[in-house]
Design a protein around this ligand. Structure first.
Ligand SMILES: O=C1O[C@H](COP(=O)(O)O)[C@@H](O)[C@H](O)[C@H]1O
Length: 232
């Protein structure tokens, strides 16, 4: 698909959206396993992907040949309710998906900026991802590439795989996969819900300035990218 022809797949509810996206993602992971013996799935944190994770966890995929990792992590302890790591472990890596391999972004370093170079080296060694699912915040951030963080330009232009970011209007230091590492994927999905985010997405689609971080993934032509939106 040429991303110039991108259309937004629209659903009434996140449940309905998740049913369709789950089928799509599971086919692509299974195809990757058939072709190369292993598949890489990158997922986002936050609230939006919970129904998708629940469905994926019950889906017949040869999970032992799938590696899952996060697009970003909030620098909190792994037992915090704001930890993306906790979300993945409690909602996705269960049931059939309990057999998946998981690369955590939580290294145990006290500071995100000390963890980032270690993670960057580790993730640079991974092959091309098969599926990357990106979320979007109300401010147009994706992964932990925030419009207001001092590290945004670095995150969009570096060849490093992971950087630390410090949003000024959202809590916690973060680690985030960079644009170059996220775009090193066969397929990208953008997944968001609700009218407020739809309005932000319309600004991004129209390329309104100042450009928002998600626009870097929506406007590019290199990787097939599909947008999944639900009203509720
Ligand atoms: O902080 C984050 O926010 C975004 C969006 O989260 P949501 O709760 O509005 O769906 C998420 O994609 C990212 O992974 C997370 O760290």
């Amino acid at each position: 698909m040429n991303n110039e022809d991108m259309s937004v797949k629209t659903f009434e509810s996140n449940e309905q959206l998740s049913e369709t996206l789950c089928k799509q993602v599971s086919h692509q992971l299974s195809d990757a396993i058939a072709e190369r013996g292993h598949a890489y799935l990158v997922v986002s944190g936050g609230n939006t992907p919970k129904p998708l994770f629940q469905r994926l966890s019950h889906t017949d995929i040869d999970w032992k040949h799938v590696t899952v990792l996060l697009a970003d992590e909030r620098w909190v302890l792994p037992d915090s309710n704001d930890s993306n790591d906790k979300l993945i472990k409690t909602v996705l890596l269960k049931n059939k998906a309990a057999k998946a391999n998981y690369i955590t972004l939580f290294t145990g370093h006290e500071q995100a900026e000390n963890a980032a170079p270690v993670l960057s080296k580790q993730l640079a060694e991974l092959p091309r991802f098969d599926v990357v699912i990106l979320g979007m915040g109300d401010d147009g951030h994706t992964a932990s590439l925030f419009p207001d963080c001092a590290e945004l330009e670095q995150g969009l232009h570096t060849d490093e795989a992971v950087i630390a970011t410090h949003p000024t209007r959202a809590p916690y230091a973060r680690v985030s996969l960079t644009k170059s590492r996220l775009l090193n994927s066969q397929h990208i999905y953008v997944h968001f819900c609700g009218e407020k985010k739809l309005q932000v997405f319309k600004q991004i689609e129209a390329n309104q300035q100042p450009a928002l971080p998600l626009g870097e993934f929506v406007q590019q032509q290199a990787v097939p990218t599909e947008v999944y939106y639900s009203a509720a």
